[in-house]
Design a protein around this ligand. Sequence first.
Ligand SMILES: C[S@@+](CC[C@H](N)C(=O)[O-])C[C@H]1O[C@@H](n2cnc3c(N)ncnc32)[C@H](O)[C@@H]1O
Length: 397
Amino acid sequence: METQTTPYHASGRDSDSSGSLNAIVNEKHKLAAGSTTSSTSTRRRRSGLPDAQNSASPKRWKTFWEAFRYLQNLTPKQVDDFMASYVIYNLDWSNEKQMVDELGPDYQKKVGECLQAYYGVLNHLCALGDVEKMYIPPLMNKKATVLENQLLYEESIAEDIGLAPGDKVLDLGCGRGRVAAHMAQYSGVHITGLNIDPNQISQAQTFNENLGFTNNRFLVQDFNNLPLPFEDSSFDAFFEIQALSLCKDIAALFREIYRVLKPGAKFSLLDWVSLPAYDASNPEHAQLMRRVKPLIGAIGTPTPKLLEECLSAAGFSVLRSDIPSEGGLQAPLIDKVDHYFRFMRQVILGLVKAHVLPRHFKTLINRLCLDGEAFLKMDNMRLVTTTYRIIAQKPAQ
Ligand SMILES: C[S@@+](CC[C@H](N)C(=O)[O-])C[C@H]1O[C@@H](n2cnc3c(N)ncnc32)[C@H](O)[C@@H]1O
């Protein structure tokens, strides 16, 4: 992935581009409004919002510039592979024939390659906004920013699965290890994070070590390749955030998680599902789904019922199954993120036109910003959500 040849713009034009990106800076302030000064931070603590400055969260500006520079130096092959990887989001695990026709008999390997190519670039694109953790959270508090809602949700996981200092916790599809760092800081737990993408794993390791969370560890592992590399009853708890649609066999994965959890351990998932109002035979619904799956990067489209059945079949008791968002909708947060990236797209297109940024920024940002309004519409119609929550437990004996 990262041993490619010539970057598009090996020399870059840093001073030009950084000067011209002031507009993005201002827009970012709006997205993260209210969480930048210590007095504000004290006020927010009192009002029940988390302190985004003291939450093992990334320093936003450093994150932004690192992501920007990484994207600037992408090779043509990385960009081409990223664009080609979208083929998997037109497919669905439930239609194996289509998978084989499109990707060949070894389709699972091909999907793995596409996922690496996709996430190896996407994680940096997301880091240009307030979604470095690559998930739009449930709407936990209408007054909170996207990042604060992420923190609130993560803290609710810690309560739901009863995390205690020293617990060993498994995080599947762990992104850049930012959620792991927050969990370690909030609950004193030791996280093991798994991810198919070596680029995110090395960032996760460095980020956690720099913060002193040396008990957190991160492993490259495709969760479609089972078994997981752990002994039976290794972990005190499990959580995952928005990775399950990329899992070929959810039932087998849940059996495997059951195996590696200790008796009595709790399980938390937050994920993409289609809701009862979704009707695949309705042309409008089907068309919206075709647009939204590539936008959010989903292959499978499980239902809450399917997830609950797979958990029960694996041996778990389902304790809670619901949508945690206030009012049941994520839409206000989707709208904020969509607005920010559409604004950034305008700035980037201008800078590409002025030859300040390399042309591949246009390709990437156009792809990223496609179909945001379809996602918003599906959420408002309650056809799908990316924030369905299930809490389950392995029986004590
Ligand atoms: C939508 S993001 C969710 C964000 C993430 N939970 C976090 O903590 O930032 C999905 C994550 O799952 C990872 N992933 C995708 N397919 C995977 C696979 N087959 N095995 C392991 N990880 C995978 C991606 O690289 C990405 O980090």
